[in-house]
Design a protein around this ligand. Structure first.
Ligand SMILES: [Ca+2]
Length: 455
């Protein structure tokens, strides 16, 4: 399904950008919303035009075992910003027993770490980690500027009457009285590019938390990306979804053009990824989960395996890929290393900078851990090619061998009891109890079904 592993023991290249006397590298992290692995041609997608991600993979590094922070928006963003995995993070579901949980006043984020190093920090799109008036607003979490949506539900609407800039509402007159004249992604992309223009001579961190193809599946009828799909035998919703993914992809292309124009492409790392797996209707119509099991909200691979490419001309060796386990939780440590920060607060991430430089990570992830509370509680762990999954803290672990069974169809715990036991120990250890969520000891019906395969 993926390009073969090409990370070889190649000669170490120390980029000029990381030497002591040169300017600190810029970081652009583009995270689209709800696009699945199978929506991108470089991950085997067949239906949607995504030439920019494909080109970035050809000219950069493609990650074949990258994971989103979690399987839905809020928890993914929390893990991304703090480096804390979902067993340690404050947000482990969109909702909690105690309402919408904002980041706390003592949270450390990618943006706050970089801001301390003199970076300009801007975020564009959906924040989702604290509404106006809370401790979690982005301008209290290290961002100089945030433009877009603070509230997750607000972000479902592409024609709202306002967007938010540093906690202040900015009316969109073109959308007043239910007119639909200002499609928010156009505005958010424009602000992203403006931020890059403004900071072209200064180290910056740009978090493009762009909202398509999530929420309402709408795009202006005259958007050129719709033309690619007009004759497809799909519903209008599916055509709109495909056009929204192509719109994002083209937008990332405009970011790359802007970097070239300013002569800063070689001093800028661009990562392009998605926050969680695809929605069911697109999995059915477009194979948006690339044949993996499950989608958004699920801790099977289709919910959390993420498209993830890194592009940094002159530093990343072109047309390389890696099977190393990485997660969006690794951004904080990676950014810190790039900015020369020695002491980061305890977190679960590991810098992937060595992989960008063609080296092995000195201490790669022994495992990646997830938990979520969307509908049913779920826990999972990926360790090497093994995947453990369960729905209750005291339930037996279902074990899958992803090297032979990437779609997680056959529970092989009975054949490998030692591995199942090892993963069970990790699942038990990595879950820290919290008053905000209730993790059950047993999944509904688990006792009855505990010997059943394919759980
Ligand atoms: Ca999402």
């Amino acid at each position: 399904m993926f390009k073969s592993v090409l990370i070889a023991a190649c000669a170490l290249i120390i980029p000029a950008t990381l030497s002591a006397n040169s300017k600190k590298p810029n970081i652009i992290f583009v995270m689209v919303d709800d696009a699945g692995l199978g929506d991108f041609t470089n991950y085997g997608g067949k239906h949607i035009k995504t030439p920019v991600m494909e080109r970035m993979a050809k000219q950069g590094l493609q990650f074949n075992n990258a994971y989103s922070g979690n399987a839905v928006c809020g928890p993914t963003r929390c893990t991304l910003m703090t480096g804390l995995h979902p067993g340690h993070a404050i947000r482990r579901a969109n909702k909690s027993l105690n309402g919408l949980l904002p980041l706390s006043s003592d949270s450390v984020t990618v943006a706050s770490v970089l801001k301390k190093q003199g970076y300009a920090t801007g975020g564009f799109g959906k924040w989702g980690l604290g509404n106006v008036g809370t401790t979690g607003v982005p301008e209290k979490q290290g961002f100089d500027l945030w433009y877009g949506y603070y509230d997750q539900k607000h972000a479902h609407n592409y024609y709202p009457s306002f967007l938010v800039r540093n906690s202040k509402e900015e009316p969109l007159k073109g959308n007043a009285n239910n007119k639909k004249q200002q499609y928010t992604h156009y505005l958010i992309e424009e602000e992203t590019l403006k931020f890059i223009d403004k900071n072209k001579d200064h180290p910056f961190f740009c978090y493009a938390a762009w909202t398509p193809p999530h929420g309402q599946f709408v795009i202006p009828a005259n958007d050129p990306n719709l033309a690619y799909y007009k004759d497809k035998p799909w519903s209008q919703t599916v055509k709109n979804y495909a056009a929204m993914v192509s719109l994002l992809d083209a937008g990332v292309g405009r970011i790359l053009e802007r970097l070239e124009k300013h002569g800063i492409a070689e001093n800028t790392l661009v990562v392009y990824t998605s926050d969680n797996g695809a929605n069911g209707q697109f999995i059915k119509a477009l194979n948006s989960n690339a044949g993996l099991k499950g989608g958004k909200r699920s801790l099977y691979e289709g919910g959390i395996r993420a498209p993830f490419v890194a592009y940094w001309p002159g530093t990343i060796k072109p047309n390389t890929s890696t099977d190393a386990l990485v997660g969006q939780l690794d951004l904080l440590e990676t950014a810190a290393e790039m900015a020369g920060v020695k002491n980061t607060p305890p977190n679960d991430g590991i810098s992937f900078l060595p992989l960008l430089l063609g080296k092995q990570q000195p201490s790669p992830h022994p495992f990646l851990y997830f938990e979520i509370y969307e509908g049913a509680f779920q826990q999972c762990v990926r360790m090497g090619n093994w995947k453990g999954y369960r729905k209750g803290l005291k339930d037996p672990v279902a074990l899958y061998d992803l090297s032979k069974d990437p779609s997680e169809t056959t529970n092989v715990a009975d054949k490998h009891p030692d591995v199942a036991k090892q993963l069970e120990t990790i699942l038990t250890r990595e879950h820290s109890p919290t008053p905000n969520y209730k993790a059950p000891d047993h999944a509904k019906g688990a006792k009855k079904n505990k010997n059943k395969k394919n759980s």
